[in-house]
Design a protein around this ligand. Sequence first.
Ligand code: RIB
Ligand code: CA
Length: 313
Amino acid sequence: MPEPRKIIIDTDPGQDDAVAILLALGSAELEIIGITAVAGNVPLKLTEKNARKICELAGRPDIKVYAGAIRPLVRELVTAEEVHGKTGLNGPDLPEPKMKLQEQYAVDYLVETLMREEAGTITLCPLGPLTNIALAMIREPRIASRIKEIVLMGGGFFEGGNVTPSAEFNIYVDPHAADVVFRSGVPIVMMPLDVTHKALTTTKRTEAFRKLGTKVGLATAQMLEFFERYDEGKYGTDGGPLHDPCVIAYLLKPELFQGRHCNVTVETSSELTMGMTVIDWWGVTKRPKNATVMRDIDHDGFFALLVERLGRL
Ligand code: RIB
Ligand code: CA
């Protein structure tokens, strides 16, 4: 087995973030060297606690969790309790975490780690608003050339938005941070709503987690049953889109996804389309191609991978 790929997950748990973290913890191909929490689905004091709860659920209290930005760069924080519940992790009744939160501020941790580790060996996996990543890039611009790749969940184009008609939540919450990241020159793989909306947690798929007969399997089924109800009501579908695990699944089995390299530019001026990711899918502008945008997924293969890997925890 080759050396595991070193990743830092930047996250705002969030049930779908939680499943992404579990997928990474169940996969020996990956080494989570740190988890950085950011304000997003719920405020930071909850997202950092939820990240620790999930590590303990997976039996991994050794994972280092850092707290980062308490709010976006410019705009006021917008949260999504209507989707994720008051705790951000409604569904299972997970105990208060015993593992400690790291003292170091997440942005300092990102800068220090990326400047210390060999260039090109760390992959960043942002699953929430990009505030921490942008702050690190602004604080130490040299990190951009040292990041191996950024694989992120965020944005949308053909699918429109999920928090406004044109903007997806992660980008909408902090469009200025997203603008910094998409202009950074770091190789980016983007999982927008166009692909995550094809990864629905149907009843059958949720049952497969419960049938694992493990603590992790049960908690995952309970998280998904809570999390999907909002989108089922909104879209009239059986199940809701399982956004964030697409990031980790890509690292494990990129062949599950199809997309193309194109330009992505973030709207940061108009209130009407604030946070929109304008994806030049047809290459009609001369804007530099700055992201590989995924639009298709083998969703059966995706859920098979999820069940198999979570079954290892
Ligand atoms: O729009 C979906 C994204 O917003 C996901 O990352 C979800 O966890 C929320 O952060
Ligand atoms: Ca998230």
